[in-house]
Design a protein around this ligand. Structure first.
Ligand SMILES: Nc1ncnc2c1ncn2[C@@H]1O[C@H](COP(=O)(O)OP(=O)(O)OP(=O)(O)O)[C@@H](O)[C@H]1O
Length: 878
């Protein structure tokens, strides 16, 4: 198998810089240079996707396909599986390059089309190609199937990665949809909708998850030759490291894995088990796939450090080698697995250890997974399309692609989701039918069903009277859960809504209302056809979610309070506000209350998460102020986590049974909140939920001491080492050494079986001997059979032969003699005789001769078959 290094392609985002901002990225030939505070670092790459002009114009999506896509298609049609890994800072264009837009489709759609219709590839003209598509999301080390057609609130088993030494990493339990030329875009839209609905907290950054989009292709050539391959595109989470946000853990695990592979560390099973992402990427990093890394860079000097980090990762990847080989056909894969299962079952006869059982289970589920593809492709495709349509309708969305519908339904008011991720912004479109009331909530009977933080079963209802007049009502208990243009609706009476209003639902969704007939003349066409990414972008600043704080003129207590109206946490700070107000200079007051207002908003979110994830713990966050009020407002805030005993929903101020668990600075609280949002999502998704409770590294409600952390890390590193040793032992079975050991074990087993048979045979002989002794003893005088047997068994190695005939001559080398002496005891009169075996004569005799103690009284000739040579006696004794 020939080794290949991982190809590095660099795509640089359009350099559209404000004049004062310099570019940090330059390139000459195939070398990319990034200049940052750390100096200039150069990297030789395989492909640079920037137009070679003075203006450094961006490469078009088609150019990307020509440069990267065509070789991928060619390889795939020859049966070589391939991975394309997209890595780069947030907003650098990973998703754009991979998915693109409707107008400019990305690499995935172009690859799919080329695989289905490979006419443009002159060398390869397969007669038939069949393509399947699957899509997964990896968030906080949990895998989600983005094409699953079950309802979103239904918890289900997550897909799992299983590694096979020959077949590579296989996914079990994910939906794989047969694709025809027009399907791919619809399937991608479905996956995006699932992602948009899967987020449970509005402010949790969507770029902390990674996605895998996988095309599986089967081809049949003109001469009947068949091949199969996979093409997987991985859109990795952005490697961010801001003050209160760490990079996503699976990305950190991936970097460590790449680093260790690059350094030649060979404990590979252990390495890839580090996270679901490394398992998913195993074939692309160290397997039988061909791999390309697409490093996306933002050219501005503002992003210089991020670009430096991206190119450092690219250089590490460049050091890795894979060994691409053509994949086995599905039927061969199944056969291989079936043979293995048979072998494993044979081994299991000697005892089914935990490890053997795990391998057997893996192989069995892989067979089931591969066999499920045998159903008719078109029938399967139709069935899955029906299920997807049902899943969308169930939560209030229209099936199929939303774009043509949007054009058709120009005058119907509709709601669009807002998101910080441009690929998700506006991907959920909910029409509000004329003359109908649309209910919204988590209740399954609602017209629009949402799930997530703060979403109540019945949140609100929206009525479209005549496509022009749209109103909203909410029940009283949902006051703080429905915000209209960042404000609470002060009445449960109906409120009129306008074009471009926003509706915030709990802490999970922000929707933008479009009433085309209310928009200015001609604008509707424009707004409907214009890409919605910009319009539906979630505001970056938190203050944009909150009512404007107007503190001009006299700053009064009432004015301040009105800005806090939708916050639950307000009641705990009212007294501080009152005390602070006269002490603050007007210039400080605005900054101080703005920060306090944001803090209260975020505290409410932390309290909602705490109540949902761990209601049994009765914990509550409160904000307090320290008295050095001239400092920076964020430094004046102190966030307390309280435990308030049993039975109450929230602590009364100053309640005696309240215990302070921790005090955090505002910055530390933001870090913790970020983590809590991830925990909330894990809690809501998958069967397993969140399992980190009480773990000092996984539980954001804990503030472990250094001693606890040290102890925890020591225990972890010890168990890692144990696992590592175990893995090293586990790794041995796949080598040649194992084969030798296995055949040695088989030889030994055979030897043991032979010995057993021999033993049985000898036991029989002893039995026969006993019988014959019983016959002889009466002749020599009443010797007990048991004693005779003991005598036989304890008979020492025959010394010099002493048969009567040969008494005076030594036996020759070839002549082997056996003598049994039977002597008559003084009491019982038993005699001792001599049984002598002559190998040469092959005959046996009992000789009758005198002893010092008595005289034998009989003799018997024994036949050859009834006695055994003496070395058998020795064996038996052993
Ligand atoms: N080459 C490009 N040409 C035009 N627009 C682009 C290009 N690259 C990115 N964009 C635009 O920039 C925005 C951010 O890009 P994108 O979402 O692809 O970034 P990303 O690297 O995937 O970020 P994240 O990690 O946050 O998901 C999008 O609106 C996208 O349309």
């Amino acid at each position: 198998m020939d080794e290949e290094s991982i190809q590095i392609a660099v795509r640089i985002r359009p350099v559209n810089l404000p004049s004062q901002q310099a570019t940090a990225v330059s390139f000459v030939g195939s070398t990319v240079a990034v200049t940052s505070d750390l100096g200039t670092e150069q990297t030789d790459v395989d492909c640079i996707l920037v137009e070679a002009s003075d203006k450094a114009e961006e490469a078009s999506q088609e150019r990307v396909f020509q440069a990267l896509g065509k070789p991928i298609v060619q390889g795939a049609l020859q049966g070589i599986s391939q991975g394309v890994v997209f890595y780069g800072a947030a907003g650098s264009g990973k998703t754009f390059t991979l998915l693109g837009t409707r107008e400019e489709p990305g690499l995935l759609v172009r690859l799919g089309q080329a695989l289905l219709q490979p006419d443009g590839l002159p060398d390869l003209q397969p007669v038939e190609t069949r393509v399947w598509f699957s899509s997964l999301e990896i968030f906080s080390d949990q895998v989600q199937d983005l094409l699953a057609s079950q309802s979103l609130s239904e918890r289900r088993d997550a897909p799992a990665f299983i590694h096979h030494p020959i077949l590579g990493t296989q996914v079990v339990g994910a939906t794989e949809v047969p694709v025809e030329s027009s399907d791919l875009e619809e399937l991608i839209e479905f996956a995006l909708k699932r992602r948009a609905l899967g987020g449970t907290c509005l402010h949790a950054s969507s770029n902390r998850s990674s996605q895998a989009y996988c095309l599986r292709v089967e081809t049949r050539g003109a001469s009947g030759q068949e091949s199969t391959a996979k093409v997987c595109l991985f859109d990795l989470a952005a490697p961010t490291l801001t003050s209160h946000r760490e990079s996503c853990p699976s990305l950190a695990a991936l970097k460590t894995t790449v680093q260790e592979l690059q350094q030649g560390i060979r404990h590979r099973h252990f390495l890839f088990d580090a996270s679901q992402l490394t398992l998913a990427l195993r074939d692309s990093l160290d397997g039988r796939w061909r791999t390309t890394l697409v490093a996306t860079l933002l050219a501005g000097s503002k992003h210089a450090l991020e670009s430096t980090g991206t190119m450092q990762f690219a250089r590490m990847m460049q050091q890795l080698r894979t060994r691409p080989v053509a994949s086995k056909m599905l039927s061969d894969q199944v056969q291989l697995l079936k043979d293995e299962v048979m072998e494993l079952r044979k081994e299991a006869e000697f005892g089914l250890g935990a490890q053997l059982k795990a391998v057997l289970d893996d192989r069995t589920s892989l067979i089931a997974e591969l066999m499920k593809h045998s159903a008719s492709q078109s029938e399967e495709r139709r069935k899955l399309a029906r299920q997807r349509a049902k899943a969308l309708e169930w939560c209030g969305l229209l099936p199929g692609s939303s774009e043509p519908l949007r054009r058709k339904d120009k005058t119907t008011p509709h709601l669009l989701n807002m998101s910080d991720d441009p690929s998700l912004a506006g991907c959920l479109l909910y029409f509000l039918p004329r003359g109908e009331r649309t209910s919204v909530g988590s209740d399954l009977d609602s017209t629009i069903v949402f799930d997530g933080l703060g979403i109540l079963p019945n949140l609100c209802s929206i009525t479209n009277k005549d496509d022009m007049h749209v109103s909203m009502t909410r029940p009283d208990f949902a006051r703080r859960h429905v915000l209209h243009n960042c404000k609470m609706l002060n009445t449960s009476e109906s409120t009129m809504l306008s074009h471009n209003d926003t509706i915030c639902l709990g802490r999970a969704q922000l929707l933008l209302l479009k009433i085309p007939l209310q928009s200015r003349e001609g604008e509707e066409d424009q707004s409907i056809l214009r890409p919605l990414q910009e319009e539906c972008k979630l505001p970056e600043e938190l203050s944009q979610f909150l009512p404007t704080l107007q503190l001009q003129g006299d700053i009064t207590f009432d004015k301040v309070l009105s800005a806090f109206e939708h916050s639950d946490s307000l009641k705990y700070v009212q007294c501080y506000v009152k005390d602070l107000l006269p002490k603050l200079a007007p210039s400080n007051a605005l900054a101080c209350f703005t920060t306090l207002r944001e803090a209260c908003y975020l505290l409410d979110e932390a309290n909602l998460i705490t109540r949902e994830v761990r209601p049994q713990d009765h914990m509550h966050f409160q904000v307090e102020l320290i008295w050095d009020i001239e400092r920076h407002p964020e430094e004046v805030l102190l966030i307390g986590l309280l435990n308030y005993g049993n039975g109450t929903d929230a602590p009364a101020k100053g309640a005696a049974d309240c215990q302070v668990l921790h005090y955090w600075s505002y910055g530390r609280f933001l870090e913790k909140l970020d983590h809590m949002r991830d925990v909330h999502r894990m809690h809501c998704q998958g069967l397993q939920g969140w399992t980190g409770r009480g773990d000092p590294l996984q539980d954001p409600w804990l503030e472990p001491s250094t001693a606890v952390l040290r102890q925890h890390l020591l225990t972890k590193s010890w168990s890692c080492k144990q696992e590592q040793r175990h893995e090293v032992r586990k790794a041995v079975p796949e080598t040649e050494e194992l084969k030798v050991l296995k055949s040695r074990i088989a030889e030994l087993v055979q030897e043991v079986e032979d010995k057993n048979a021999e033993l049985e045979e000898k036991t029989q002989i002893v039995g026969q001997l006993k019988e014959q002794m019983a016959q002889i003893i009466p002749l020599v005088g009443g010797f007990a059979p048991e004693a005779a047997e003991r005598l036989i068994l304890e008979q020492p190695e025959p010394e010099a032969p002493c048969s009567k005939e040969k008494h005076d001559s030594q036996p020759s080398d070839t002549e082997h003699s056996c003598t049994m002496t039977v002597s008559a005891s003084s009491e019982g009169g038993a005699g001792l005789g001599d049984v002598r075996d002559s190998e040469r004569s092959r005959g046996f005799r009992v000789d009758n001769f005198g002893t010092s103690k008595g005289t034998t009284s009989g003799a018997a000739m024994l036949s050859q078959s009834s006695l055994t040579p003496p070395h058998y006696y020795r064996d038996l004794r052993r």
